[in-house]
Design a protein around this ligand. Structure first.
Ligand SMILES: [Zn+2]
Ligand SMILES: [Zn+2]
Length: 293
């Protein structure tokens, strides 16, 4: 029993359909994210960005010091694709049974009226300009959480595209063992155990996948097997929660060997909120930089 990864928007739809059967209580949430993910994959296939270049000298330094290749502020966004997607994401969010529906409506209206510039929103998100979000909240009553969600959802195809292209600069001879993404320096977001038992960690921001040791905390780099554990439920053997007693952080994972569904990692991430509740009840915190999601 092994699962394949979903890549195209058609496969995303199949992945959602399979998950809906398993977890009917998640139907509303899955319907919402299905539209978001399909819109993102469709947008990604049309992204047009010049490849990011890293000089030999810079690359040598990054490898020596084990720095990420870029900072998130350096991601390049296809402004046309992201702006078109932003309108779509707002429409999807407005009509969904979402706590962000009202905010999405206000964002959409402010864009139409020329009061909110999508390019400025994207730049503020990538540069983590809190002051910008505070001003928008004060002036227009749009909560940061909602604006950051629609903005991140809109630039994600560009971000993932850049990360895929930058991955060719990574050192494939030396496994990455730092507690952050080798591409953009963000914290891990989700993980996967492959058919052969190998562990893959996905960046919480650019979704770059990298190979990691099995007994290892990808947040604090702890490798002590006595303080690293995992939990799983007999009812859902295809998921697990990896926890670290040292930094009290958890990471959700899916095991490809325990399911034959198509797997789309961002979908598995949002469809496992019950695991977040469980991990937090056990006293562990999420290591994801939520302000960016
Ligand atoms: Zn990353
Ligand atoms: Zn840790």
């Amino acid at each position: 029993m092994t699962a394949d990864l979903a890549i195209t928007s058609q496969q995303v739809k199949q992945a959602v359909a399979a998950l809906k059967k398993l977890r009917p209580t998640y139907a509303d949430l899955l319907n919402f994210y299905e539209k978001i993910f399909v819109a993102q994959e469709d947008s990604k296939s049309q992204i047009n960005i010049d490849p990011l270049k890293i000089s030999k000298e810079t690359l040598a330094l990054k490898r020596k010091e084990k720095f990420s290749l870029i900072a998130i502020s350096e991601f390049v966004v296809d402004q046309n694709a992201a702006t078109a997607l932003l309108k779509q994401i707002c429409q999807i969010t407005e009509t969904a049974d979402s706590e962000m529906a009202d905010a999405a409506r206000v964002i959409q209206n402010a864009m139409t009226a020329g009061e909110l510039n999508p390019h400025a929103v994207f730049a503020a998100l990538l540069n983590t300009e809190d002051a910008y979000f505070k001003k928008i909240e004060t002036d227009m009553g749009i909560e940061k959480k909602a604006l950051a969600f629609v903005a991140y959802s809109s630039i994600k195809p560009s971000v993932v595209h850049c990360a895929e292209q930058l991955a060719s600069y990574l050192d494939s001879d030396h496994p990455w063992d730092k507690g952050f993404c080798p591409i953009c320096g963000s914290a891990p977001g989700f993980s996967l155990f492959e058919d052969d038992g190998n562990r893959v960690i996905f960046c919480g921001f650019c979704w770059h996948p990298w190979a990691a040791q099995r007994i290892y905390c990808p947040f604090c780099e702890n490798k002590d097997s006595k303080t690293i554990h995992y939990y799983f439920s007999e009812k859902e053997k295809n998921y697990r929660i990896d926890v670290c007693d040292s930094c009290k952080t958890y990471l959700k994972a899916i095991d490809q060997r325990a399911t034959d569904r198509l797997i789309y990692p961002p979908l598995e991430f949002v469809a496992t909120l019950h695991l977040d509740i469980k991990a937090q009840e056990m006293g562990f915190q999420s290591g994801i930089q939520l302000e960016l999601q």
